[in-house]
Design a protein around this ligand. Sequence first.
Ligand code: AMP
Length: 221
Amino acid sequence: MRIVLLGAPGSGKGTQAQRLIEKFGVPQISTGDLLRAAVVAGTPLGLHAKATMDAGKLVDDATMLGIIRERLAAPDAAHGYILDGFPRTIPQADGLNALLTEIGQPLQAVVLMEVDSEQLFRRLTGRRTCRECGRVFNVYTALPSVPPPCGGRCETPDLFQRPDDSEATIGKRLDVYAAQTRPLVDYYGDRGLLARVDAEGDIDLVTARLEAALAAASAGR
Ligand code: AMP
């Protein structure tokens, strides 16, 4: 399985990718997670990316393509992957296309996770991550306790808000999505790879819709 989850920040790409990896046994490749790990580790990449990320802007295409080229060469990606947050621009999509053509492993589907913008704002402002296990919660939807407990895996939930989930930065990220990433809907639509999924509502329901869309995409080729 070689797929891309496409969608605005807060559309649930990461949450749904986590569920697909369990079912399909392929890794989730989140460029946002890779960059955040580099920031925490203080590597040259992290130092390069931090200010851009905090401002809600996109890290340059050459850097992102370098990261993806390296990550896709890792042994665990040999049998497929779920790309989450990449590509985000047309040059990134072209670069990915060239890379995958070179190794003879084209993408199988690109799934657009559709969520209304008011919902996106609410999801992003409510998002919290556990410092211990990295799992993501939402103070609005992960009820009944607010903030929610860490699912029992971590002894003391230590939830934090991503710096780029501040209200000031969210608007910027949604604008960047509309201007630079949304054009990928037509890009992949024109190539016959796009499937659309209604990503609003119950998480299990969205997973079921996503799995149905992937089954339809694989039956169609
Ligand atoms: P995410 O976790 O996917 O929302 O990504 C968080 C931030 O990392 C984004 O707002 C960007 O600053 C940066 N980022 C992640 N993926 C990419 C990408 N494919 N291209 C450029 N910047 C990215």
